[in-house]
Design a protein around this ligand. Sequence first.
Ligand code: GDP
Length: 483
Amino acid sequence: SSINPTIQQPVAAGEEEEEEVLSSEQYSCVSRQQLQIIRSSYSSSKPSPFLLSRLKEYEQRHKRCDPFSASFNRSSRELKPEEDEAENYCRYIVWTPVNGLGNRMLSISSSFLYALLTNRVLLVDFGPDMVDLFCEPFHNSTWFLPRDFTFKGRANTQLLRREEEQKKEMPYVASLLQLFLSYDNDDYDKLFYKSETQPLLKKVPWLVLRSDQYFAPYLFLMPCFRAELDRMFPDDKETVFHHLGRYLFSPSNQVWGHIIGFYDAYLAKADRRIGLQIRVFSLDKTPASLILSQVINCIQEESRIIILPNATTTTTTTASSSGRNRTTTTTAILVASLLGQFYTELNRMYKEWNEKAGATVVGVYRTNHEEMQVLGSSSHNMKALVDIYLLSMCDVLVTSPRSTFGYVAHGLAGLTPWILQSQDIEDEEQRVKEPACRRGVSKEPCLQFHANYYDTSPDHREAGGPVPVIMDCEDFQYGLKLV
Ligand code: GDP
């Protein structure tokens, strides 16, 4: 039975449903409260007062414009371009899904940041594979786009193209515009990233976004947003996703039940929790045995995350019931991977070692192994979210290069990960590249595909260019991240 009765999509934008779906007595999100307690023991970073005030303001706007509001009803029926610039006019950005869960959570958080900057309201067009994943983020309101809202056929995808080609003084303004900010976006789509395009977009009440990218870093490059972003994140630019992600994404009660059950059973009691996120994009290019050696080299040699005490001479010891000495420090390793063999091998390896030591000093755990990525499955996405959150509750993280799944985990954790080196092998020689992993430069996710409107080269940055908060990603050529 569902333990999360209030998480459901509104079927229509009728105001009469408000009381039934959203009474605050019914609204309860267990993970939000429990995560606050768990995280308070290890998270030091706090959102700035200005960001908090912008979030509060946002919540009021969301409530005023949400799918149960009269403004939404009017705006969605009429779909008129904006003529007056009235401040209380409701403008929307509708997020639509593309790609895996990591990609999706990154683009949702970027859309939210864009909504904060442009006074829009973020609505999400979740399909059945996503509706049960998260609690509603905005209290006493909903972020679900009503199912009967159709923007297909009404979208104007040509606006930016026409604008560019005709260079009109007063361009035709659409009421609804689709934006593509994905790995495959073309030069016209990329016009979004130009500061000069933003006044035109401001006039469009409905933006429908298809994006699999963490495009937040690029907003810092755009002169039109920079001052506001500096006020929101005055000191620490590497906590943008950390704060926005934690604010937006609280696992639904159903998902949280799995997370906290596993956490309590295997991770909570350990002195140290180490998360290994092992994402293999192609087993043909990188055999599993090679990746396993790389992971072991990384945690035992390069990063020295796991320092195995000598099995016979332990330093801090207490007498166990069997009379043998055992160490008091225990380490729990969480292995998150689609493939089962990494857990099996690591578990075997550390079990042998524990036997020699006469105590369970290193425990190896996993939640599931789905074997392959599945698109469109609710239960598959729930398992993915369970892994992402458990990783984010670890103290140290080792992540796979280029994986947005790993980006989300370390971003939510607020940790700078150890990143495994890309290991694709072109030749016959199968050996682990040195070093097996490197410490990342930031806690932030990487924006992998973007535009080239601003000079982000290291030379420009070193010469005191206007973008000192951006660096190249460690794991993705031409990628950018906030530092
Ligand atoms: P990316 O492809 O690594 O950038 O990450 P995405 O999250 O966008 O897409 C990969 C998808 O594969 C995830 O959303 C999951 O559905 C699945 N997946 C990948 N790694 C794991 C894992 O460690 N655990 C689980 N449960 N699913 C995973």
